[in-house]
Write a protein of this length. Structure first.
Length: 424
């Protein structure tokens, strides 16, 4: 099989949560453990960092990988979902796994996969760990796919366990309350492995504290360790309670929500330094300033055009869109054109209720089975005072927004990772 045929086989044969939803979710690690045994535990051949959370885990993972690369470490990075190419999920020093490696890995193990019927995620995790072992990485940043406790990545013994934040998302699988969701995320906290939590929140922080106590490990809340200031030039001043300071930190990920993610990264760096990794101030500064060229991350308040000012962002749940709404309010424009599509298993009404009512909306549907029908989305939006037109595809909605917008207007594209993927 060639590369495209290999991907076609994978997508046809194996359930994939990001596309199909709940039916693809496996509520145990049986297949993951079987595959790990089959491939002789490749993840034991390199150091790891484990990153979970509702929002921010992708940004934090890429920032950490960028810093490690700047420090000279051969760095693996496993993330999901991909925007354009499956190979975005598996990178070493910012370079995607080769098409030939994907072809060979699937071809050599096709019979096993057909018999075992692992999920898409279980198979890709096995591929990633094997690739990182084969390429002899020094360390790999591993992003959790869904939850934590039962996620396929949760067989590693990392240097640190990171949980960025907790919000309502994937409730059908993770629970309907914040403590229930936190308990699933807390599943990546392990005995004697230090843990970093992004922000303290009385609604659920006791869950993490109990888990850390049960695991006899340290737990720090990055928001309590670091103070973050924002300068007029867009840089950050970071001060640790110990007195460590990083004035005028520049980050090429421009979303204002990164002010919550950077302290998580800095606190994790302190832990990695205590583990013996040589990470210096210059590595931190260069790593944060060069996340995009170092790792290839896209879709985080990414500018697509200047006139009209056009931004896309993968934020897709209530907390993520709350941050987006705040940042939109700080932008200057004559009129806001909002291209939006969502997936049907999200809390769509909660998100729609907070979106700006003075924008013109372009309701559309991404080309995946989980995507909400654009007409249903428009009906739900109308109930929340959001007005606009309906388009069957993301491309048509974006084209209509560009045709209608003046150079002084703003176009925002989002609501779903898959909508962003179709415009990048």
């Amino acid at each position: 099989m060639n590369y495209q045929e290999t991907l076609d086989w994978l997508f046809a044969q194996l359930p994939m949560y990001q596309r199909e939803g709940q039916a693809a979710y496996k509520a145990n690690l049986n297949n993951t453990l079987f595959l790990d045994e089959h491939f002789h535990h490749p993840h034991r051949q390199f150091k790891t960092i484990h990153v979970a959370g509702t929002n921010g885990k992708g940004s934090v993972s890429h920032m950490l990988a960028s810093i490690l690369q700047e420090a000279g470490y051969k760095t693996g990075l496993y993330t999901s979902p991909h925007l354009k190419d499956f190979r975005e999920r598996i990178k070493v020093n910012g370079e995607m796994v080769s098409e030939q490696y994907v072809i060979d890995f699937v071809g050599q193990n096709q019979a096993l996969f057909a018999e075992l019927k692992p999920s898409f995620f279980e198979m890709t995790v096995a591929m990633a760990f094997q690739y990182f072992a084969d390429t002899e990485v020094d360390i790999a940043v591993i992003e959790v796919g869904l939850g934590g406790r039962l996620d396929s990545t949760n067989i590693i013994t990392p240097l640190a366990s990171i949980i960025t934040n907790i919000s309502f998302d994937h409730m059908a699988l993770l629970g309907n309350t914040l403590p229930e969701i936190a308990a699933e995320k807390a599943g990546i906290i392990k005995t004697d492995i230090p843990a970093v939590i992004g922000t303290r929140d009385a609604a659920y922080d006791f869950v993490f504290e109990k888990k850390a106590s049960d695991c006899h490990t340290t737990l720090t809340f990055a928001s309590e360790e670091w103070q973050m200031g924002k300068n007029e030039d867009g840089t950050y001043d970071a001060r640790h309670k110990s007195g460590i300071t990083y004035p005028h930190l520049s980050c090429d990920l421009k979303g204002s929500y990164q002010r919550k993610n950077i302290p998580v990264v800095l606190e994790t760096v302190l832990l990695l330094q205590s583990c013996g990794l040589a990470l210096y101030e210059q590595d931190i500064r260069q790593g944060l300033a060069r996340v995009i060229p170092n790792t290839g991350l896209h879709g985080r308040w990414e500018q697509l055009a200047e006139r009209p000012y056009t931004i896309c962002d993968t934020g897709h749940n209530i907390d993520g869109l709350s941050e987006i709404r705040t940042q939109l309010a700080s932008c200057s424009y004559d009129k806001l054109h909002f291209v939006i599509g969502m997936v049907s298993d999200k809390d769509v009404d909660s998100v729609l209720s907070i979106l700006p009512k003075d924008a013109r909306y372009y309701f559309c549907k991404a080309s995946i089975p989980r995507a909400m029908n654009e007409k249903i989305l428009a009906q739900k939006a109308c109930a929340h005072g959001l007005e606009g037109d309906i388009y069957p595809t993301v491309a048509e909605a974006y084209a209509a927004a560009r045709a209608a917008a003046t150079p002084e207007d703003m176009i925002y594209i989002g609501g779903s990772t898959f909508v962003v993927a179709e415009v990048i």
